[in-house]
Design a protein around this ligand. Structure first.
Ligand code: BGC
Length: 743
């Protein structure tokens, strides 16, 4: 409930700002994103059903019986639980017993922006629109559980799933995850929030034992999970691959029972990540309800299959324990209207113009303008006769790739497609690819193994391709480079080795810039890279993401000025990897164990507390207009711990274009009993302001948000004293400060 006030105020501002969301999303935005509890209505029926089931039938419900279902009980009318990946859109249908695609004509889906793109919108209404749309697609494909959202904290920029996860900040994370989950579950589909928990690296992900202090766990790694359970009422949770304090997540009583169920009141089911279970009795009794994985050697051999039947027969596991898990799954099925008498289960829709439009709306709020010092953007096409479009990402498609995060889609508009359609016919486009992107097959990859086919030549350019790119740039009035990465280079199951731009792109960018000073550099990527040289040599830098079916259109509209960029970085872009907390403390990638030595100082909290300048700070992103913040004040001077602080200010558009700005509220506490980060995000609001106008921005901070987790009393404590709120447009661009006292 903690972030509800904020979401509400952000949502209301958005409504007033008439941003591009469909009516449905606007309506749900105003609900302040409260999820619905699972229904108790059928508890009597559930008891009756379970009393009729054989041990074998019950156990069949607790493990995978195809790649993405468990086993139903036909004679009792219990359907299979149908699950589908994933965070970027509904994955294509696979063979029941293998990862091989079925190559159907009927399983095309909308490709939605990856986590980085969604979080760069800094817009809870966009997260709700995302959840609603992807939930509708899941229903159209008759799924019960969507294996998304994925939102582990981005602890290191090198993490393979950085593109898929959302942010380095726990507050931004939960502000987006809650509306996303509510949107999905409003469609009678369970969100499976993943990966619970401390799943922050791919290196040794199947075995690494993560250790961190309790305060760090509670303040950084759990808040979005906690809010997804308590506020959004998520119906399922995915147990991660890794261990936490010695126990695998899927057999971790502390995480699954003590925190998830006893403290947070979780009523749904825990589904294991694929092949993440390692025991029978321990996993079941700790709280795993459904073991999923691959069909090797056979589904009957799963830990929660025949070995479980045997354990019951030998008296090692009580049948009542099994009943408990079966009942949870049945409760979820009734809640989703997959069972019972309800005839109004959402039917859904997929691959529709409405969903492409929603994907566009999200993408168009996510593009981040990193630099525009020569005012080359928006690009003025008057008098322009030719444009060089250079780089593999001008034409690359990013919907597929990255294991569970791939989507088979009919529509993926590339930047080149979009520019061709949107530029005046009189302008000639001179295209050159500039560099190749080839990879080794992904067998047994581990940390450091993601390299191109010819490992030694990863950064070597083909001189002929460079010459073509330079020639295209020279003969054109303007050059636009589309560079960055792709879904093979940034992927599940492997972390990156360093921040270097792959494929020799740095040299290519320099060569193009030397050939044509009017060069615009556009990155399409999902994780931080070393942009030092690019930043030194260029005046115009734009950042886009693996941005969904309409990513190219959104990007082209930003370039051409139809859309004023309003995206903000959801993580810190460091100057050097050594500056990043997990690397500065030499605690990544670890070995068998991984100690999170940086503690609570994750992301910008580290950079700001240690006074290390990043290349681009958390929350950063420019606009084609300028804004001024004035008259920042709070509604009172002093508060008690159950009150909510309202901070208001005037946001004035002082430039020449209508635009949206994200006002960010960071809190600092000077004197404290415990270690404090220099700044912590505790509120934000995205507001549209017309040229010359001023809008009142209101950000609500429940005093409870100011609490720290006290390890001695195992509770959240709001320390009395003075708190300073720093209001700005990035974590490093603070424009106003106000202080309050908490009694
Ligand atoms: C991933 C999950 C995914 C599952 C099923 C695992 O490798 O970690 O995120 O949902 O596969 O595809």
């Amino acid at each position: 409930m903690k972030n509800k006030a904020l979401c509400l105020s952000a949502a209301m501002i958005l409504l007033m700002a008439s941003c591009k969301v469909n009516d449905k999303a606007q309506a749900s935005a105003s609900k302040a994103y409260e999820g619905k509890e699972m229904t108790d209505e059928y508890d009597g029926k559930i008891n009756e059903l379970v009393s009729k089931m054989t041990l074998e039938e019950k156990v069949g419900m607790l493990h995978g019986y195809s790649m993405f279902t468990n086993k139903g009980v036909e004679r009792l009318g219990i359907p299979e639980v149908h699950m589908a990946d994933g965070p970027l859109g509904i994955r294509e249908e696979l063979e029941r017993m293998s990862w091989a695609p079925l190559h159907l004509e009927t399983d095309y889906a909308t490709y939605f922006p990856a986590g980085g793109g969604l979080s760069a919108t800094w817009n809870p209404a966009m997260a709700n629109l995302f959840g609603t749309s992807i939930g509708e697609e899941a229903r159209a494909r008759e799924k019960d559980v969507l294996l998304a959202p994925a939102f582990n904290i981005i602890r290191t920029p090198l993490g393979g799933r950085t593109f898929e996860y959302m942010t380095e900040d726990p507050f931004l994370n939960k502000s987006l995850v809650v509306p996303y989950v509510v949107g999905v579950q409003d469609q009678n589909v369970a969100a499976c929030i993943k990966h619970y928990a401390a799943n922050n690296q791919e290196t040794n992900r199947g075995s690494v034992d993560v250790n961190m202090d309790e305060r760090t766990l509670r303040e950084v790694y759990l808040p979005a999970f906690e809010a997804a359970v308590k506020d959004a009422k998520a119906y399922s949770v995915m147990g991660a691959y890794n261990k936490f304090r010695g126990d695998y997540l899927c057999e971790n009583k502390y995480m699954l029972q003590d925190i998830l169920r006893d403290e947070w009141g979780f009523k749904g089911i825990v589904i294991s990540d694929w092949d993440a279970v390692h025991s029978t009795k321990k996993a079941l009794e700790a709280g795993t309800d459904l073991e999923m994985g691959t069909n090797a050697p056979s589904f009957d051999e799963f830990w929660l299959a025949n070995p479980l039947i045997k354990a019951v027969k030998e008296g090692k596991v009580a049948e009542a324990e099994i009943d408990k898990h079966v009942k949870r799954t049945l409760k979820m099925l009734y809640t989703l209207k997959a069972m019972g008498d309800a005839t109004d289960r959402v039917k859904g829709s997929i691959n529709t113009e409405a969903h492409f439009k929603n994907a566009y709306a999200i993408a168009s709020e996510s593009v981040v303008l990193l630099k525009n010092s020569a005012n080359m953007l928006p690009l003025q096409t008057e008098g322009v006769k030719s444009i060089a479009v250079i780089g593999a990402n001008a034409t690359a498609k990013h919907a597929q790739g990255g294991f569970g995060a791939g989507v088979k889609t009919k529509r993926e508009v590339t930047p080149l497609d979009a520019l061709k359609a949107k530029l005046p016919q009189s302008i000639t486009i001179n295209y050159a690819k500039g560099y190749e992107t080839k990879f080794k097959p992904k067998a047994n990859i581990k940390y450091g193994d993601v390299t191109v086919e010819r490992a030694e030549t990863i950064n070597e350019l083909d001189p002929k391709m460079v010459a073509e790119a330079v020639a295209a740039a020279k003969k054109s009035d303007v050059a636009i480079l589309f560079v960055g990465a792709n879904r093979d280079y940034e992927t599940e199951a492997s972390d990156r080795v360093d921040l270097k731009l792959p494929f020799g792109q740095e040299a290519l960018i320099s060569a193009v810039k030397a050939a044509n000073p009017k060069t615009i550099v556009v990155f399409v990527a999902g994780s931080p890279y070393d942009l030092n040289q690019v930043e030194k040599e260029n005046q115009t830098i734009l950042w886009s993401w693996y941005n969904g079916s309409e990513g190219g259109n959104a990007l082209a509209d930003v370039i051409l000025g139809k859309v004023n960029p309003s995206g903000k970085l959801p993580w810190t872009m460091p100057k050097r990897i050594e500056d990043s907390p997990a690397h500065a403390t030499n605690s990544f990638p670890g070995g068998a164990t991984e100690e999170y030595k940086e503690g609570i100082l994750v992301g910008y909290r580290w950079f700001d507390t240690k006074n290390i300048a990043p290349l681009y700070p958390f929350g950063y992103g420019l606009s084609y207009t300028t804004f001024e913040l004035a008259n920042a004040k709070t509604d009172k001077e002093s508060y008690t711990k159950d009150e909510t602080i309202t901070v208001t200010l005037d946001l004035k558009n002082t430039g020449k274009a209508d635009g949206k700005e994200v006002v960010q509220l960071y809190v600092s506490k000077a004197e404290s009993k415990v270690q404090r980060s220099a700044k912590e995000l505790k509120g934000f609001a995205k507001t549209a302001v017309k040229v010359g106008n001023s809008e009142k921005v209101s950000i609500e901070v429940p005093v409870k948000e100011l609490a720290y987790y006290d390890i001695a009393t195992k509770s959240w404590v709001v320390e009395p004293g003075t708190y300073t709120f720093k209001l700005g447009t990035s974590s490093r661009d603070i424009k106003a400060e106000v202080s309050v006292t908490v009694e």
